[in-house]
Write a protein that binds this ligand. Structure first.
Ligand SMILES: [Zn+2]
Length: 298
């Protein structure tokens, strides 16, 4: 909680909520929020805008929503884990290609397997790098298939499917907005959990926002795409409240100018599957249930 307590208590000022690193491997979200904390704490009295912001506003900053997941992602052999550490929906690892550090070099990388039908080839001047083979390219090779470093359980002699991750939760599908239960492993909503806010990290975010009715703006910081996203994920803008849309568009334009990231409505510009939508997402919940100007910076 950051504000100038000399000008009033935090809960009597309009506030911004900023969280990050709900996705375990997206640790730069934590770094960005630590940077923000430094900027606020060193700027008061030195920077006119920071001073005014802290005199009249409150910042609630949660740099690491998902500490267990981040610690696992940054463990001795770092690997990609989507969200939390708990096994879900099954307690046991299932068959397929399971990522890991096969050659014990402390890293879990990728494996190339020579194959005349492979879709990758060595870069002409840096052969340890692979580049894509042209669709009509024939010889002389060598060509490679590329697999995640790991081992295969239950190999049938032909297929090498990726094993579903043991820690299968996606916490940003677990919020109580249009939450859906998908068939196991299907859809980009997969990882939704047992019920909305079944995951303690999500429950804590939801309770933290609900307990602070002075919050007006909500940011969820992620890492991957270089975009500034706003609701909705599951419906077009047709029925979006007009004044809210104008406000979002003006703020989005300013954010684009500052960051160079494009401002996008998730439904229009950030769909994983054009025939499906994602649900149970934090910013949709914050806007729809709480009336906050909610963003996902990605
Ligand atoms: Zn993310």
């Amino acid at each position: 909680t950051v504000t100038n307590t000399a000008t009033g208590p935090h809960h009597e000022k309009p506030a911004v909520w900023l969280d990050g690193n709900i996705h375990a491997s997206e640790v730069t979200a934590s770094v960005a929020l630590l940077h923000l904390l430094t900027h606020l704490c060193t700027g008061h009295g030195a920077d006119e805008r920071v001073t005014r912001a802290l005199d009249t506003r409150t910042f609630y900053v949660v740099p690491r929503v998902n500490p267990d997941g981040a610690e696992l992602a940054l463990s001795e052999v770092p690997f990609v884990v989507r969200s939390t550490t708990r096994a879900w929906p099954r307690p046991e690892q299932r068959e397929g290609l399971i990522g890991g550090d096969v050659d014990h070099d402390g890293r879990s990388l990728q494996m190339r397997i020579e194959d005349p039908n492979g879709t990758w080839k060595p870069h002409p001047s840096i052969p340890k790098l692979l580049v894509a083979r042209e669709p009509d390219e024939d010889g002389p090779g060598p060509y490679y298939r590329l697999l995640r470093e790991g081992h295969v359980e239950g190999y049938d002699g032909v297929n090498i499917p990726s094993a579903p991750p043991l820690a299968g939760i996606d916490s940003n599908r677990n919020f109580p907005y249009q939450w859906r239960r998908f068939p196991e492993g299907e859809g980009f909503g997969w990882g939704h959990g047992d019920y909305p806010t079944s995951e303690p990290e999500v429950r804590a975010v939801v309770q933290g926002v609900v307990d602070r009715p002075n919050i007006g703006i909500y940011f969820a910081h992620h890492t991957y795409s270089g975009v500034i996203l706003r609701p909705y994920s599951d419906r077009p803008d047709d029925a979006f409240p007009t004044v809210d849309k104008w406000t979002y568009d003006e703020l989005g334009r300013r954010a684009e100018a500052i960051t160079s990231y494009p401002y996008l409505v998730v439904y229009d510009g950030f769909r994983y599957d054009p025939k499906d939508v994602i649900t149970g997402v934090g910013d949709d919940w914050a806007y729809d249930h709480r009336g906050l100007f909610a963003w996902t910076t990605e």
